[in-house]
Design a protein around this ligand. Structure first.
Ligand code: PMP
Length: 339
């Protein structure tokens, strides 16, 4: 394959069969390998579509600034798209996010503004700060600025309608019965759901929600209520974002971290796949949906990003013990062989 630029390397990711998840449930469970995107996450798609949409609307001048509040992966996607097209990125990030993601952002030449992690209702929440900063910079920077606004900008979800959903439909030869994933902005879930439903109303849609998020309660009891917490990053929403509007999942599950982590750790040992925590939530959700649909169905979920982005947290025994979470057996294993 010969591509014109890195932008053409975004998307068209393979589906990987998840052996243990499939065998345990009697369904065919596939993960869409989004960690193979050039920025190593599903959020490259949102980055590309948000920037292209702003260009089409005439909002971005050469050298212009793209400002965003992000848990990391969107920032990485936006930064690589920005570099490829001649723009700059300014990223507002909660300081609690993994150092690996912050390093990846610096590596991509983004300007990073770290802020304390406070809830959305607080005016100093990172998303709101990024919106205000974009407004100021739009006036003061000579080349202007836009706010990517991934949560409410539906160019994010549109990227999944026209790429992710189409790819999954064709990769499964139209045999897909269910699609499920977790929600950060909701772009991946709502966009892929919309695109798949256009092909066939038969495809069931599931939400996999981490603890501490409010959507499981919302889609089961109509109330935005949350309980508990999660170490997963990039997911866990407390409101109906612009990207989620109009979505009505057929199934909703709440997944505790230990269930997700056991899946992530087993995937390294048994299948050679090292994934981030949100992928664990997604696969756990796919397995629960498989049990509800019954054997013989084909279910697709998202492998959002790679495990190396969380080496200091999710793959760090001290961090895991401190949080009373399972520790992967191989990480502390003494060397077996000598020379
Ligand atoms: N997993 C990870 C690791 C992410 O960074 C994100 C995006 N914040 C998601 C899942 C959720 O994707 P979306 O924003 O499309 O809901």
């Amino acid at each position: 394959m010969r591509l014109n630029s890195v932008l053409d390397a975004i998307g068209n990711t393979p589906l990987i069969r998840l052996a243990r998840a499939s065998e345990e449930t009697g369904c065919e469970i596939y993960g869409k390998a989004e960690f193979l995107n050039p920025g190593q996450s599903v959020k490259d798609r949102a980055g590309l579509f948000i920037v292209r949409d702003a260009e089409e609307k005439g909002l971005l001048a050469p050298g212009g600034l793209i400002v965003e509040g992000t848990a990391g992966n969107t920032g990485i996607g936006l930064s690589l798209v920005a570099k490829a097209l001649g723009y700059q990125t300014v990223i507002v990030i909660p300081e609690t996010q993994s150092e690996e993601k912050k390093d990846a952002l610096r590596l991509m030449g983004a300007e990073l503004i770290e802020v304390p992690a406070v809830p959305y209702k607080n005016p100093n929440n990172y998303v709101k700060l990024s919106g205000r900063l974009a407004e100021q910079l739009a006036k003061s920077h000579p080349a202007g600025a836009i706010w990517a606004n991934q949560f409410d900008n539906t160019a994010n979800r549109e990227g999944h309608v026209v790429t992710t959903a189409e790819e999954i439909w064709h990769q499964t030869g139209g045999t897909i019965d269910g699609f499920i994933c977790a929600v950060g902005t909701g772009g991946t879930l709502a966009g892929t759901a919309m695109g798949l439903k256009r092909h066939s109303g038969r495809v069931k849609i599931g939400l996999a929600d981490p603890m501490g998020a409010a959507l499981y309660e919302y889609y089961t009891n109509g109330e935005l209520k949350s309980e508990g917490s999660s170490i997963t990053e990039g997911i866990g929403q407390g409101r109906i974002t612009g990207n989620l509007e109009g979505l009505t999942p057929d199934f909703a599950y709440q997944i505790p971290d230990d269930e997700a982590l056991k899946i992530v750790f087993a995937l390294v040992e048994e299948e050679g796949l090292c994934l981030g925590g949100s992928s664990g939530i997604n696969i756990a959700g796919a397995m629960r949906m498989a049990k509800d649909l019954g054997p013989g169905h084909t279910i697709v979920t998202i492998l959002c990003d790679y495990g190396n982005r969380y080496q200091s947290k999710m793959f760090n025994p001290a961090f895991l013990r401190d949080k009373n979470l399972p520790v992967p057996s191989w990480i502390e294993k003494k060397p077996e062989f000598d020379i």
